[in-house]
Design a protein around this ligand. Structure first.
Ligand code: UD1
Ligand code: UDP
Length: 381
């Protein structure tokens, strides 16, 4: 019998954890083929732990690097240094990283230095602008340079890699594992009446309005390039929208980054129809997304999830590395620009034909079987 394959997955933030969680479970379901180790950098602490809890994952290694108010130098240096120690003790046959965070960059570099081959999940997303999103476009381009197995979510991401002279044989188009995670959570809720009743009860405690039948806008935002003026524009747009549509509710789970907390809480605290809440666990968040009317976000993952649920998305960025749903007409870029945000939300609320055009369900980012396609490659490494 051939030797078992030692696979280490390394991730550190909320979105990486959500997107790697189904892969952890699929790999662990084949113990005769794979030895699996989960290493978390804990670039995020509370928001990572929320995801680990929902998906029942207990890390084998926890580097616990998060510091309040950390900067890019701190995270890059601390993860790189800590991964040296991890690779000194463990030499996996492959290290799997995800997407474009600083954890991804530093772990891919550490793998390259230590001679551990890198598998990159969600490879090939590009804006071709190193400053948007910053530093993620840089992180993912560098990760691609040292990657052995590129798991590209779409044909477009494969084409981006080929344009950078990555060998087509090293690329597998898999779909995005976020759709695997989304279906996993939705199926678990649908299969268990008690679970949906508990979710409803806990959301009723968090939100003081009838979110199950009333219309509401769901908002998230955290991009570094929007810090400062961008966040002021976003908050002022929300303030005006809350006045203009005073019977509508705005639900905003506020990211824990202090650069986000400060402007959002200062400008939006006092509106009875604006609900600023703590970051939600993935399960209630998805449930709320399913019940929302419009989504306003600068998040990457939410741009991928919302089309599957038929929710129109206004993206508060100037460019996106996920143009598939923009081309399909269900996502629109409005920038971190007050006037465009107000105009975009108002049109969706006032023009029914426009709303219907933007709100059909489709799956440009995956069919829920991305992990199976990744495993098919890893069985043969
Ligand atoms: C990071 C990623 C970004 C990803 C985002 C997902 C980088 C450079 N940025 O951005 O690509 O889209 O996560 O959310 O890798 N904090 C907490 N608790 C938490 C999480 C964050 O208190 O659980 C606070 C801390 O003060 C921390 C700060 O937020 O220092 C910033 O966290 P960091 O991971 O550096 O940046 P994000 O903006 O979260
Ligand atoms: N999400 C969550 N709770 C929240 C907000 C978002 O679980 O309160 C999920 C969301 O469904 C998506 C992911 O977090 O899967 C997106 O994370 P984030 O926006 O922080 O990062 P990005 O995707 O932009 O890298």
């Amino acid at each position: 019998m051939s030797k078992k394959k030692n696979i280490m997955l390394v991730f550190g933030t909320r979105p990486e954890a959500i997107k790697m969680a189904p892969l952890v479970h699929k790999l662990k379901a084949e113990p005769e083929i794979f030895n699996v180790q989960v290493c978390v950098t804990a670039q995020h602490r509370q928001m990572l732990d929320q995801v680990l809890r929902i998906f029942d994952i207990v890390p084998d290694i926890d580097l616990d690097v998060m510091k309040p108010g950390q900067d890019l130098f701190d995270v890059t240096a601390n993860v790189l240094q800590a991964m040296k120690g991890v690779f000194d003790k463990n030499k996996p046959d492959a290290v799997l990283v995800h997407g474009d965070t600083t954890t991804t960059l530093a772990t891919a570099m550490a793998g390259f230095y230590a001679g551990v081959p890198v598998g990159h999940v969600e490879a090939g997303l590009r804006t071709h602008n190193l400053y948007a999103p910053f530093p993620e476009e840089f992180n993912r381009q560098v990760a691609s340079r040292v990657t052995r197995w590129h798991f590209a979510p779409t044909e477009l991401s494969r084409a981006n890699l080929i344009a950078e002279r990555v060998d087509d044989e090293d690329i597998t188009v898999t779909g995005n594992t976020v759709i695997d995670a989304l279906y996993w959570v939705l199926n678990r809720i649908d299969a268990d009446g008690d679970r949906s009743a508990k979710l409803t009860q806990s959301l009723n405690q968090t939100l003081p309005f009838n979110w199950q039948s009333g219309r509401f806008v769901l908002i998230t935002g955290h991009r570094r390039e929007n810090f400062g003026d961008g966040f002021l524009q976003i908050c002022e747009a929300l303030r005006e929208l809350a006045f203009k549509f005073d019977d509508l509710h705005f639900v905003y789970p506020v990211h824990l980054n202090p650069n986000v907390q400060k402007p959002v809480r200062t400008i939006l605290e006092d509106f009875s129809n604006v609900h600023l809440v703590e970051p939600l666990d993935y399960e209630p968040f998805v449930y709320l997304l399913k019940h929302s009317y419009v989504v306003l976000t600068d998040s990457g993952g939410i741009q991928e999830e919302a089309p599957s649920l038929g929710k129109p998305v206004l993206v508060m960025r100037d460019v996106t590395e996920r143009p598939e749903a923009v081309d399909a007409g269900t996502v629109e870029l409005v920038g971190a620009n007050k006037e465009r945000i107000i105009a975009g939300v108002s049109r969706l609320l006032e023009d029914e034909a426009h709303y219907l055009k933007m709100s059909y369900a489709h799956n440009p980012y995956g069919d829920g079987r991305a992990c199976d396609r990744i495993l098919a490659v890893l069985r043969n490494i």
